[in-house]
Design a protein around this ligand. Structure first.
Ligand code: IPD
Ligand code: CA
Ligand code: CA
Length: 273
């Protein structure tokens, strides 16, 4: 693990903890909530967090690129690109349901190198450096040993545009909920990934995600020994919309259950590349 990567991690952690503190202080207070779409909320805390994170990253690395959910893409052509979800789980936060996090990842020349996901409610910080393992606070973490769907707790999520074509989402949910021990829908993609990384969930699938939802968490899962792909088993692409993350052992059976739904995926608005 080179010193430069450690430095990136240090700054990402600092930015995530600062934003986490801001979220913690504002939780349960009156804050402005706006609609980005029919059911897609954004609060003033989302925007304030992204501004805070951008300031910290740019103070340390002024020429790096940043893609943030609220501020879009900034910067020139530097190979380092930060991917920020300043508040993943906004609906939860707005409702006072304590399951949300700050997610910050660094990609260099197309490869994830650093990932930090900070849950300010539980003071849990998940982090990974490429090749250096994955951590929850000061404990090294691994994915679960679960071998079959019947002994597995899965997690998924639904996108904000669900209503403009719900069938594929509901069909997948139906198939997995009837076969797994249980399926949760907790409402924060970055934390869902981290919970796979530390074995609290055995696998996670979702369709309709954005790069900032997946970036940091995907590296944390990989470094915890898990597997990631799109719904066809191809290497995960952050610009794709479909993600399957598992403890590795469950990956073949989950891809098998997804396979009958691929024609519907190919015909859907989520088809990319
Ligand atoms: C959302 C959450 C949710 C997932 C959605 C995401 P946001 O992110 O991660 O769990 O199902 O697809 O858009 O809007 O709370 O940052
Ligand atoms: Ca998100
Ligand atoms: Ca968000």
């Amino acid at each position: 693990m080179c010193n430069q990567a450690r430095r990136y991690l240090e700054v990402a952690r600092l930015a995530a903890l600062q934003a986490g503190e801001l979220i913690r202080r504002r939780a349960g207070t009156a804050f402005r909530v706006d609609l980005k779409g029919r059911i897609d909320l954004v609060t003033e805390v989302d925007t304030a967090c992204e501004e805070r994170i951008r300031r910290t990253l740019l103070e340390a690395f002024p020429d790096h690129r940043i893609l943030g959910e609220e501020g879009g893409q900034t910067g020139g052509s530097h190979p380092c690109r930060w991917l920020i979800d300043p508040l993943d789980g906004t609906t939860n936060f707005a409702q006072g349901y304590p399951f949300y996090a700050v997610s910050i990842g660094l990609e260099i020349a197309g490869e994830m190198v650093v990932g930090v996901v900070h849950d300010p409610t539980r003071q849990e910080t998940f982090q990974a450096i490429r090749g250096g393992g994955a951590w929850l606070n000061d404990q090294s973490i691994r994915v679960s040993p679960s071998q079959s769907l019947e002994e597995s707790l899965l997690v998924t999520g639904f996108p904000y545009d669900l209503r403009s074509g719900p069938e594929l989402h509901l069909d997948l949910f139906r198939d997995f909920v009837l076969e797994a021990r249980g399926v949760r829908r907790d409402g924060a993609a970055a934390l869902d990934l981290c919970y796979v990384a530390c074995g609290r969930f055995d696998a996670y699938w979702e369709l309709g995600l954005s790069p900032w939802d997946m970036a940091a968490g995907s590296l944390i899962v990989r470094e915890a020994g898990g597997e990631l792909s799109d719904f066809e088993g191809r290497p995960l692409r952050l610009e794709g919309r479909d993600l399957l993350a598992s403890n590795g052992r469950l990956h073949p059976v989950m891809l098998e259950r997804i396979r009958p739904h691929l024609p519907a995926l190919h015909a859907s608005r989520y088809r990319t590349g």
